[in-house]
Design a protein around this ligand. Sequence first.
Ligand SMILES: [Zn+2]
Length: 333
Amino acid sequence: MTETQITSEVDFDAGGKQTGYLRVPHSIHRSAYGWVAVPITVIRKGDGPTLVISAGVHGDEYEGQIAVANLARQLGSDQIRGRLILLPTVNAPAAEAGNRVSPIDDGNLNRLYPGDPKGTPSQMIAHYHEEVILPLADYAVDLHSGGSSLIYPATLLRGPGHSPEEETGLKALTEAFDLPYTWVFTGGGGSNSTARTAMGAANRKGVINVMAELGGAGCVTGDVLRQTERGLHRILHVLGMLPDHSPDATQGTRRVHAKGSIFAYEAGLFEPLKEIGEEVARGEVVALIHHPETPERAPDEVASPCQGMVLAMRAMAQTRRGDALFQIASDAD
Ligand SMILES: [Zn+2]
């Protein structure tokens, strides 16, 4: 932890509300002593848990970035009990570029944990997130979306829970977020996690944590943004950190397990024959891949290798071999 080269403009131990930047040293031609600025807000008052809410681990996933920045702007220390750490754009260069990966080092942050304190800017950010910020936390929420290439309905993702305490905490976070879908991982997680993700980092630090996939297609919808903000307020309330909030009635969630993805084997233009939430039979044709550059060539049919429900789908028409077209899930219970 002490070996990090990142310095913080905020004091994690101070009371009140502070907003500043994590300074990630980045010495380049146009800025010899320059740094990459990762925005951070810390709000602390009285006794209570520490919650870290992060977004922009992938730069082209926007609902979370907006929702976390809104919290940073709207909440004051008078409303908060405990410590709230807000990171609206964790991989700030990627967010600035509207890219999944950072344009300055090609870093896909959610494949880089536990990072490297002396590595590239993305590796340094991963290390700081895992070794400095997450050890402060009792709870963490990491917000994603389908990004530019995929579309998800508002979906919470959570691990299996390795102890009664973790299971109770995960259940509370899941019910509070109250998104239409909950994707429950059947394995992994825990303190021995080897995942290169922010969720893996939180698990290694013993932080009770969930993540969410919130829309995608490189855009923002008001509906998903409202579900995100509602859920974050409800989480703060259920943790006792936003005591004056009055949560509305729970709407309930559909618990699913992911069964697998359906991939393209031919390049061309993807025509989905199924929508999110629709049922799919094994062997059913779920997509066509068109070849308008060769008009006499019939489109290729893509059949589903499994039975289930469409949880996520590709947002881009142009498709190459190896691209995921659909993610299929089935009911968990
Ligand atoms: Zn993501």
